[in-house]
Design a protein around this ligand. Structure first.
Ligand SMILES: Cc1ncc(C[n+]2csc(CCOP(=O)(O)OP(=O)(O)O)c2C)c(N)n1
Length: 667
């Protein structure tokens, strides 16, 4: 590791520095540490290695660049402007951190502008990068290197590598030998709180080495050295980490190399002092023509490769082009809905009970051949979730498998799914138990924020888990996922609804979904085949009242069967009762007022039934509604005994309804 760092003033690197300084001074806030410390690294990468075309930012075989240390966003915006991305103008840079500027505080997913992913929560970006590298390797195995042969680069700070998800990524990327993944570490030995030695003492590079990574250590201010390291990394079959020793905030004498280098407020005097220190006589936001031309030329460095790639695409057979075009556009194969209709018909004919998650597994099997773009990751719960059966594993030796054994690494799995979705051309599914969705939550939130169609699939959704006990029994999690903007939460009641929810979920192209399935067996609640997808309305009348409705039982998932049983008793007692299945609140809320009023039964006594907490239900139940569900954590015991213990039974529903109706009649 070099201790004496080379200081060669390169105008291209300094152009990044001064755009960043000027924007941060103007905004009166921002993080100068990364753009000033990584300016030479960025110059080496964008000037000599990255394959990209600012005139066609979505070129499918471009090299991907992620700024995992997203707080250093001005580095990215400077690069995008300098290399000629039309959506990032000098005016946008002047409006850094102002409302509606593409130059937001942290990079916000906008691939047309060259922003490949939203970053900010440290660690997510490098895990996204790994997902992209898996998607690339899988597509390369499928379509051949003449169409797919790109690298994913990520800049990463100490923060990303201190986060636990960082270690999950190091471990699995090394195991899978993802040779097209290259990290450049900003080894400046400073975080927000000061020197890294306050909180870490291990040899970070060694963690990569033992996990089967190619590691090079270089002076991060020496463009030639960084460039040579990148060239070496590209040749290595393993993923690479280039540890770049840098000075945080390099160029501003008052803060460089210190804690304040990270994000201390910068003033005009700092900008002036930097201009003197780096011999940069130009006015704020002014890049000398010659330097801008060099950067613009760098932006066109891949034109020949771009044209050659386009020609190769043109030479594909009609069929080959059609399939390539389909998966790139995210269009689904023409017969996918017919497969689901057929499944609905079959399960109704067979009439079997089956575990909720196994209905999803069967649907997953049916998609195996017709939807090869699906990539399924599972966090070591293959047997109880069964989403591998029809799929081959993606391994270091064979990248053509579409099932990724994620090991017990849920944080990573969720973020990888987002990276795959952002990469495009693949449909990612991440499978685990619902109780462990909390380990994926940061990624789920990022998917919702970015509008990425990642599919999060969960089993073991309630006290129905049984004897594994309360650690494994979600109670508050469904409500918490429903609280997340742009997250669609599906909880199907049986195999028919499972097919319908799958269909609705696949059609959501700008939202992630949480597909929540029961571990326990679910009897069919939908006994008649109809072509219409009732679940796509989010909620519907499953069983109407025999005459004018007095009571509305509203349930989701495994509790729909309880509602049906309760209705039978109530109708027998002359209490006119309807059952509403409400598998997806977000879709239901989008229906017309008239439809929602009809389904929810205005003026009737409404009862919500869900083996989870009440939070959120009152919007459907009204002021005197009843809720039958959980009010705390579960217990360890057989599932049916737990349902009895917590009073989530048809008998209890009936009792409460009768009690409330008699109370009402005395009012
Ligand atoms: C998950 C998460 N935790 C905390 C933060 C707040 N934060 C932003 S930057 C930073 C320091 C990161 O240090 P490093 O990666 O070394 O960046 P540098 O100091 O080199 O800019 C912290 C703690 C965050 N963005 N994400």
């Amino acid at each position: 590791m070099p201790d004496q760092l080379t200081i060669i003033d390169n105008p291209m690197a300094n152009a990044i520095r001064f755009l960043s300084i000027d924007a941060i001074v103007r905004a009166q806030e921002g993080h100068q540490g990364v753009p000033l410390g990584m300016a030479e690294i960025a110059t080496a990468l964008f000037g000599e290695h990255l394959r990209y075309n600012p005139k066609d930012p979505l070129w499918p075989d471009r090299y991907l660049f992620l700024l995992s240390n997203g707080h250093g966003s001005m580095l990215l915006y400077s690069l995008l402007y300098l290399t000629g991305y039309e959506k990032v103008s000098l005016e946008d840079i002047k409006r850094f951190r102002t409302l509606d500027s593409v130059c937001a505080g942290h990079p916000e997913y906008e691939p047309e502008a060259g922003i490949e992913i939203t970053t900010g929560p440290l660690g997510q970006g490098i895990a996204n990068a790994m997902g992209m590298a898996v998607a690339e390797a899988y597509q390369r195995a499928r379509f051949g290197a003449q169409l797919v042969n790109h690298y994913t680069y990520a800049f990463v700070g100490d923060g990303c590598l201190q986060e636990g998800i960082g270690q999950e990524m190091i471990s699995l990327a090394g195991h899978l030998s993802l040779g097209h993944l290259i990290l450049l570490w900003d080894d400046n030995r400073i975080t927000d709180d000061g020197a890294t030695e306050l909180s870490i003492s291990e040899d970070v590079a060694a963690r990569f080495r033992v996990a089967n990574w190619h590691v090079v250590e270089v002076d991060g201010h020496d463009i030639a050295a960084v460039s040579a390291a990148i060239a070496e990394a590209k040749e290595d079959q393993r993923p690479s980490m280039i540890a770049c020793r840098t000075i945080i905030g390099r160029g501003i004498p008052r803060v460089q190399g210190q804690r304040g280098g990270h994000s201390a407020r910068l003033f005009d005097e700092d900008a002036q002092a930097a201009r003197e220190a780096l011999s940069w006589p130009h006015a704020p936001f002014q890049i000398p023509d010659e330097t801008l031309e060099r950067w613009r030329a760098a932006g066109q460095r891949s034109n020949a490769e771009y044209n050659a790639w386009t020609e190769r695409l043109d030479k594909l057979s009609v069929q080959g082009r059609a399939e390539w075009g389909r998966i790139q556009s995210g269009a689904l194969p023409h017969n996918w809905k017919a497969v689901l209709q057929e499944y609905k018909r079959r399960v109704i004919n067979e009439g079997d009970v089956k575990a909720g998650i196994f209905a999803s597994a069967e649907i997953n099997d049916l998609f195996a051949d017709i939807m090869p773009e699906r990539l399924v990751g599972c966090a070591d719960l293959e047997a109880p979730t069964s989403h591998k059966r029809a799929l081959k594993a993606f391994t270091a030796q064979d990248n053509s498998g579409s099932y990724i054994h994620c090991g017990v690494r849920e944080h990573l799995m969720g973020a990888m799914a987002n990276g795959m979705a952002a990469h495009g051309g693949v449909i990612p599914l991440a499978v685990t138990y619902l109780a462990f969705s909390d380990y994926e939550r940061p990624a789920m939130r990022m998917a919702a924020l970015m509008g990425l169609p990642s599919k999060f699939v969960f089993s073991h959704d309630s006290i129905g888990v049984g004897r594994n006990g309360p650690t494994h029994q979600p109670v508050e999690i469904i409500a918490s996922l429903r609280a997340m903007p742009n997250m669609y939460v599906f909880r199907p009641a049986d195999a028919v609804e499972a097919a319908e929810c799958w269909e609705a979920a696949m059609e959501l192209k700008q939202s992630p979904v949480s597909m929540i399935f029961a571990r326990q067996e679910l009897p069919l609640v939908r006994l008649e085949m109809i072509d219409e997808n009732l679940s796509s309305k989010g909620g519907y009348i499953l069983e109407a009242a025999l005459a004018k409705r007095e009571v509305t039982l509203i349930a989701t998932g495994s509790e729909v069967a309880i509602a049906i049983e309760a209705r039978t008793y109530l109708e027998a007692a002359g209490i006119r009762t309807a059952v509403i299945s409400l598998p997806c609140w977000e879709l239901f809320d989008q229906q017309t007022l008239g439809y929602r009023q009809e389904v929810l039964g205005e003026g009737t006594l409404r009862v919500g039934i869900e083996a989870a907490i009440r939070f959120g239900w009152d919007q459907y139940l009204g002021i005197d509604g009843i809720f039958v569900g959980m009010s705390g954590f579960g217990l360890s015991g057989p599932a049916d005994e737990l349902y009895e213990r917590f009073g989530i039974t048809a008998k209890k529903v009936v009792e409460q309804v009768k009690q409330r109706l008699s109370d009402r009649s005395f009012q």
